[in-house]
Design a protein around this ligand. Structure first.
Ligand code: ZN
Length: 191
């Protein structure tokens, strides 16, 4: 197993749109090894997702996985998903308020409006077509990771800056209300 360093907010690589990956490049041992490292680093950091440019590789690749996650115990499970050149398409105008954090933004959370239902099209790590609909809280995770590939961080999308909080104050003052709210969303979609 090998791990990559994670870039923190302020590093320019997080602000530059990542480039597309060609099918030939995706098939190389170097790219496949990189994807293994991306997944290992995400798991080691207890992330729900990790984008390639967060570990200093400016390519349109991200990994998403939610198992029993100590950072996000209320999140519904998502099997390991590697997206290459992903395209997101909201399927309606409904939004929900997601309380997000990010491995590249240490000790900060904030409320971000996210689409509730979206179509996700990409390649998987072997170049096969990935075409699924993501719903509910899981849809928020896909939007967060794909934003990274466009050089965007969740802090850019926080509309009410008074919602910014540390993880400790989230636990103390905001978690209970948020979890009650997202449990309704999860009950509606199962995700
Ligand atoms: Zn992030």
């Amino acid at each position: 197993m090998s791990f990559r360093k994670i870039a923190s907010i302020g590093h320019p690589i997080l602000r530059a749109p990542a480039r597309e990956v060609s099918r030939a490049e995706l098939g190389t041992p170097a790219m496949q090894r990189f994807i293994d490292e991306l997944v290992d680093t995400m798991r080691d950091a207890d992330g729900a997702g990790l984008a390639a440019n967060q570990v200093y590789e400016p390519v349109r690749v991200c990994a998403i996985e939610v198992r029993d996650n100590p950072r996000y115990p209320y999140k519904p499970k998502i099997p390991l998903t590697v997206l290459v050149n992903p395209i997101l398409e909201p399927l309606d105008d409904e939004l929900f308020d997601n309380f997000e954090g990010c491995l590249s933004v240490p000790d900060l959370r904030g409320v971000v409006p996210r689409h509730v239902t979206l179509r996700v099209r990409a390649w998987d790590r072997h170049g096969n077509a990935f075409d699924e609909v993501a719903r509910g809280l899981s849809a928020g995770t896909f939007q967060h990771e794909c934003d990274h590939l466009d050089g965007k961080l969740f802090v850019d999308r926080v509309r009410d800056t008074t919602t910014f909080c540390t993880w400790k104050e989230f636990e103390r003052h905001h978690k209970q209300e948020f979890v009650q709210r997202v449990e309704k969303l999860v009950a509606r979609f199962g995700s």
